[in-house]
Design a protein around this ligand. Structure first.
Ligand code: SF4
Length: 152
């Protein structure tokens, strides 16, 4: 039986990205021979529309950690609730499909793992993970980004 791996839907070419586009990774399509890829878009699952304004995480402390979750879009609207809901729905799907690993889009405020943008909408990157990536990891799911597809 093939292993089920959770993946960011935009990496499979689904046009769920904030700008209505996608981030297709051809080599991810190739992994479908070996694994069942379960596509999710946490921001859509959280009820956000597509296209939508880009969002980033705030609330960083001096060490670069994020003690509380707060996400705002470029206009300054707080979209935390949608991001949290999307993360919870994604975790639910991971549980239903028995996923132990996930391949998620790097630097996204939902899907990013290890490095995200700093909340100033200036392209500045800082240590941290997206809301969904963190919730999955807290629940024992190993998260990788698209640059690690080659190691699967
Ligand atoms: Fe892709 Fe994740 Fe953003 Fe959805 S939330 S568009 S899956 S990076």
């Amino acid at each position: 039986k093939k292993e089920n791996i959770l993946v960011s839907a935009c990496l499979l070419g689904i046009n769920c990205r904030y700008d209505g586009g996608n981030g297709l990774q051809e080599d991810l399509i190739g992994l479908m021979e070996k694994y069942n890829l379960i596509p999710v878009c946490p921001e859509q699952l959280g009820g956000l529309e597509t296209p939508r304004e880009p969002a980033e995480q705030l609330n960083r402390d001096d060490t670069g950690n994020l003690p509380g979750i707060r996400v705002v879009n470029r206009s300054g609207k707080d979209v935390t609730d949608s991001f949290v809901k999307g993360a919870e729905e994604t975790l639910k799907l991971a549980g239903l499909y028995g996923c132990k690993r996930a391949i998620l889009k790097e630097r996204s405020p939902s899907c990013g793992h290890g490095i995200i943008y700093d909340g100033t909408f200036s392209g500045t990157k800082v240590p941290g993970s997206g809301v969904t990536a963190r919730l999955l990891e807290e629940n024992g799911i190993k998260v990788s980004g698209e640059s690690a597809i080659g190691s699967f």
